[in-house]
Design a protein around this ligand. Sequence first.
Ligand SMILES: CC(C)(COP(=O)(O)OP(=O)(O)OC[C@H]1O[C@@H](n2cnc3c(N)ncnc32)[C@H](O)[C@@H]1OP(=O)(O)O)[C@@H](O)C(=O)NCCC(=O)NCCS
Length: 258
Amino acid sequence: MGFFEGVREDIAAIFERDPAATSTIAVLLCYPGLHARIAHRINHRLWEHKFKLLARWISQVMRFFTGIEIHPGAVLGRRVFIDHGMGVVIGETAIVGDDVTLYQGVTLGGTGKEKGKRHPTLLNGVFVGNNANILGNITVGENSRVGAGSVVLRDVPPNSTVVGVPAHIIYQDGKRVMITDPKDIKDPLSDVIIALAGEVRELKERLGFSEPASVRGDTSPQHLRAVRTLAEEDGERDQYRFTQRPFDPEYTEIASGI
Ligand SMILES: CC(C)(COP(=O)(O)OP(=O)(O)OC[C@H]1O[C@@H](n2cnc3c(N)ncnc32)[C@H](O)[C@@H]1OP(=O)(O)O)[C@@H](O)C(=O)NCCC(=O)NCCS
């Protein structure tokens, strides 16, 4: 694809994805993401033709003007849109597919532990919210979304939404994913939560409290990691609320005496 055709596609992508884009001249003048993309097209070619220092220098100059640092070695697909842009960092071995949208503060970086291909690969149609960090040689699947402020450390399957630190899946193929087992979130505090959950379960058993259907009985990960539609989830919450036994006054007495 020719240089100007690529830039024309980038401008069209901005009109498509940003309702604030009013005219072509405004897009050409006011979108640092577009400026960084144009510079990167030139820079990447310089890098491939072994003008590495010149390419690095131009990338640093562009960072000064746009706030966006794209390493000349990074591979960017067609119609990539970097909105606002300030603070975006795209590492040397990152690969960004077609129709990807990145907001300000996004880092496609390394973990500092890997060599060679050490930055992420974002497949086509990925959306990354502001200040999200995607770290290491991992892959974010097609059409997946990364929530603002998330830290992604593991592969993300296609058509999924991930949020949190560290990121976990909340939607997959249009369905809500409920994490019911703390082991599914690789957080340093998971062990504490698991221990607390065990204690709560034991206390409930001692007090004779009923438990929701998803927790009672089968404790296999397959059973606990239930995938439900939002409607089903709401229905279950209501059911749980209404079937919950009223609080035993005897225990209220004990609690207020503590
Ligand atoms: C991740 C995102 C795409 C999900 O949108 P969505 O599909 O509409 O998701 P919902 O609003 O239904 O949220 C589902 C759950 O995830 C939580 N959630 C959503 N985004 C989150 C985030 N970034 N971090 C942590 N939790 C988040 C919600 O609180 C909700 O939890 P709950 O069901 O326990 O209440 C969106 O929240 C997001 O982060 N967009 C980025 C926007 C952005 O960067 N804008 C920049 C403008 S300058």
